[in-house]
Write a protein that binds this ligand. Structure first.
Ligand code: ZN
Length: 151
């Protein structure tokens, strides 16, 4: 038996899907929700700060802010092979926040990217089998993608 918890952060982020058959090839943005899902055992050590938890929600929030929010909020995510968009973004000054990635920035690929951003930072000193189980990315209220390393 394991417990699972989720915590999310939101960002305003631009992207485009360069080969898309319709409007997704235009430069546009979303209010993305980046949601980490952890599993493991509840900490049973008496008297510790995390007793009764998998991991403190505020600690997860700090990780999401540092490794997701502060990188992609008010930023444009662009595929390294999208030469038209790279060219347009290169005309912006150095303060423009651009994230170049080696994949087309669909929700599916961003869920995998976010998982890999966050996973190394999910750790516990309580031996409670804490893991990042999955990462969910909401692109629109009707559209979610999930990356998980297991079924
Ligand atoms: Zn989009």
């Amino acid at each position: 038996m394991t417990s699972r918890i989720r915590r999310w952060v939101e960002t305003d982020t631009g992207h485009r899907v360069p080969n898309h058959k319709s409007k997704c090839r235009h430069m546009h943005g979303h209010r993305y929700r980046w949601e980490a899902e952890l599993d493991g055992d509840v900490v049973t050590q008496r008297g510790v700060s995390d007793e009764g938890m998998l991991m403190d929600f505020s600690d997860i929030s700090d990780i999401l802010n540092k490794h997701i929010h502060d990188i992609v909020d008010h930023a444009f995510i662009v595929y390294e092979g999208d030469h038209e968009a790279i060219g347009a973004l290169s005309m912006m000054n150095d303060e423009h926040r651009t994230l170049v990635v080696p994949f087309i920035p669909t929700a599916e690929n961003l869920a995998k990217w976010a998982y890999e951003q966050v996973r190394p930072h999910i750790e516990s000193s309580y031996g409670n089998k804490l893991r990042l189980h999955a990462f969910h990315v909401r692109e629109t209220p009707k559209s979610w993608a999930t990356w998980s390393t297991e079924s």
